[in-house]
Design a protein around this ligand. Sequence first.
Ligand code: SF4
Length: 204
Amino acid sequence: MSELKYPLLALSRHRMEVDGEGVTTLVAGAGCPLSCAYCINKSLLRQAPSFVTAAELYEKVRIDDLYFQATGGGLCFGGGESLLHADFYEALRPLCSGWRFTAETSLNVSPEAVRRAAEIFDAFIIDVKTLDPAIYERYTGKPQGPVKENLSWLAANFEPSRLHVRVPLIPGYNSEADQARNEAVLREMGFPHIERFPYVIRPS
Ligand code: SF4
């Protein structure tokens, strides 16, 4: 059994219709390359994680095995940036037979990390923030980096029906016109599932 450790912040069980198909447990892990102004997980990300092995995490989540199997659900990994932990998922995946693995990601990670994740995960929920480089950097505190390249690669190499892209309206940063432009670019790339929604700002 691998001794790789995952920086676990929180588990949220019995989620329905929010992380893709079926009943899911959301697994939140530490670490994110971005500093989004309205990050809903800021306080969570400031907590010290508990480090768990693949076997230890499996023990914590397997109580819902029957729900996962019966509904086509499984684990949804968020955080933080889920794609930072590919080695860990490779160790965990064989323990979780019949469960769907979904990654929540900004795709602001290396192209290599995306290619590895495509081998491990069944579905992706992608929050692109905005495709406008200047707005992106102002809102996230980081350059857009390889986000567009990673979007193009996934659109061309992953089952389209399992790619869900979220295009937010970010108060004080972008506009509905920016949202519409982003959606048009994503449709042109071949993404079928695009969700436009407003960020709700909560105190962190
Ligand atoms: S990508 Fe997500 S977790 Fe990371 S800073 Fe932005 S909102 Fe927070």
